[in-house]
Write a protein that binds this ligand. Structure first.
Ligand code: ZN
Length: 151
């Protein structure tokens, strides 16, 4: 939620417990009302805020009563983490189960089968392809998977 911004974060820190109106949040936090409204909307979109509408019996105006709900945040983070892990494992599998050849000029990296098709010549510049040792890359990927698993 980087797009909440500094003032938005200040507002979140200062937000009173329970149901509040946006004007109350602005008054309490000193954050401009339009920033408060924008931040509330972002929080709402990310399911960290809910609101209830109430009609003022005198004026007939609708008032929005906001309530922050961060109970979902763990769940959201877990979902993000699982997605990231899945992608990393697919990538790791691909790296571990394939043999690669690369152009010394850095034009391309080809799978073994693709390299045989071009007779081990770079399709871009014609240079002889060389075996590409991806063990360092695999180690980096494995470390990222381990780090994610241990957090
Ligand atoms: Zn090349």
């Amino acid at each position: 939620m980087s797009h909440v911004g500094e003032e938005g974060l200040k507002m979140i820190e200062e937000i009173p417990e329970g149901e509040v109106k946006d004007e109350e949040i602005a008054a309490k936090s000193g954050v401009p009302l339009n920033t408060v409204r924008r931040t509330l909307f972002i929080l709402y979109e990310n399911k960290f805020a809910i609101y209830r509408r109430e009609k003022d019996p005198n004026s007939g105006w609708l008032t929005y009563l906001w309530h922050l709900d961060f109970s979902n945040i763990e769940h959201q983070l877990m979902k993000e983490k699982k997605k990231l892990l899945r992608n990393l494992k697919v990538r790791l599998d691909f790296e571990e189960n394939n043999v690669f050849y690369t152009c010394p000029q850095g034009c391309v990296r080809l799978l073994f089968n693709e390299a045989t098709e071009t007779e081990f010549l770079c399709p871009m510049c014609g240079e002889d392809l060389v075996y590409y040792d991806n063990s360092r890359f695999i180690r980096v990927l494995k470390k990222r998977v381990d780090d994610l698993n241990s957090t």
